[in-house]
Design a protein around this ligand. Structure first.
Ligand code: TXA
Ligand code: MG
Length: 353
């Protein structure tokens, strides 16, 4: 068991000496959790195979699921990747720094463990001062999956990271809560047209405006687990975002969803179960259950994205047996929200009209 050091940093103006302490640890092969604009990442030197292996171990992450490599300078892409297309360059120009991860063909300088033996590599430039300064001071690209134990909701605060990884990593840079709240969009640009493998902080609609032809992998909208042969991104086949409680997702029109959830809550209450409900501002007062929390307003999907992982953890911490969550429309940020909720439910989805 390691001692995990927590260093508070101002997200807008981080203390240089604290960033330097963390950067030294990365250079020595250690593990540093840090905030990005999406969720907290757990970083290691992407070019140091021993460090990356330790990263997988700390998270208990399956070795076949590669992390995203974070860079502070777009030029580094040409060292880590091959065949960077004009379209990819346009996307980097428009969306970096920001919540868009691009999948390229990899170059030979990247260790096998960093890409889990694949011939592609996922790269992004985060839009967060702490992340960018840490990468710059470390002097290397930083491999960073989300800083949670594998299978748990991604961390949006340093406390979430501590809950999952205390004693397993060297440092947590605590820069407060993260703004976007869901992870980056993963877009495969090693194929044409590019294909979204994971919806996230950059919406389908925004991407379409810039490159017209963008495909959605069937998994992105999927309402069931995919057959193995359809899997394009290793992350698709692993369990995700799952609280300890059973999660049921209810989709449909607001009124139908409200009625169905009331009925379900009553049903489980009579069975002696402790029930948690993830409602929205518009429906919050309709419910009567052990724990009822609002994800945010249906008219502000960005705020729902921001709250989602925190609320999954909070409701779970109340030791409920069942979490019933309301679905939202799959537009804009709604696509990422619904993808995470469906996965969290293990595809226990109820559709109402
Ligand atoms: O916002 C984010 O993306 C956060 C922050 C820390 O940057 N990171 C994050 O990383 O969510 P992670 O490792 O939890 O998710 C990376 C996703 C996984 O679904 C993984 O399978 C996929 O990216 N991925 C990584 N390399 C890939 C590759 N070469 N081809 C296809 N998918 C890949
Ligand atoms: Mg993750």
């Amino acid at each position: 068991m390691k001692r995990t050091l927590i260093l508070k940093v101002n997200p807008r103006n981080p203390d240089q000496t604290r960033i330097q302490i963390a950067a030294k640890i990365i250079q020595r092969g250690g593990l540093v959790a840090f905030p990005t604009e999406t969720v907290y990442g757990l970083g290691a030197d992407a070019l140091n195979p021993t460090a990356v292996l330790a990263l997988f171990e700390a998270k208990k992450r399956p070795l076949d699921n590669p992390p995203i490599v974070h860079v502070a300078d777009a030029e580094v892409v040409y060292e880590l990747a091959k065949d960077v297309s004009k379209k990819a360059e346009l996307l980097m120009k428009k969306f970096w720094p920001g919540p868009l991860t691009l999948v390229f063909r990899r170059s030979s300088i990247v260790p096998n463990v960093t890409v889990a033996g694949l011939d592609t590599i996922a790269i992004r430039m985060p839009k967060h001062k702490v992340a960018i300064e840490l990468i710059k001071d470390s002097g290397c690209p930083i491999a960073a999956p989300s800083a949670n134990l594998a299978g748990k909701p991604s961390p949006t605060t340093a406390e979430h990271v501590y809950e999952d990884l205390n004693g397993r990593i060297d440092v947590i840079l605590d820069g407060g809560f993260t703004k976007i709240g869901v992870e980056s969009t993963v877009l495969d640009v090693s194929v044409d047209p590019p294909i979204i493998l994971r919806p996230g902080g950059t919406t389908f609609e925004e991407l379409e405006k810039v490159i017209c032809d963008v495909k959605l992998h069937p998994f992105v909208r999927s309402e069931a687990e995919l057959p193995l042969e359809k899997i394009r991104s290793p992350g698709m086949k692993h369990k995700h975002y799952a609280p300890n409680a059973e999660v049921i997702l209810v989709e449909g029109s607001v009124t139908a969803v409200k009625n169905k959830i009331k009925e379900l809550a009553e049903f489980y209450r009579l069975k002696g179960k402790k029930v948690g409900i993830l409602a929205t501002d518009e429906t919050l007062t309709a419910y009567n259950a052990d724990v009822v929390k609002s994800l945010g307003s249906r008219f502000n999907l960005a705020s729902i994205a921001q709250n989602l992982f925190r609320l999954l953890r909070e409701v779970d911490a109340e030791n409920v047996n069942i979490i019933i969550a309301e679905g939202v429309p799959s537009e804009g940020m709604g696509l990422a929200i619904m993808n995470r909720l469906r996965k969290a439910s293990g595809y226990q989805i109820i559709k109402t009209k």
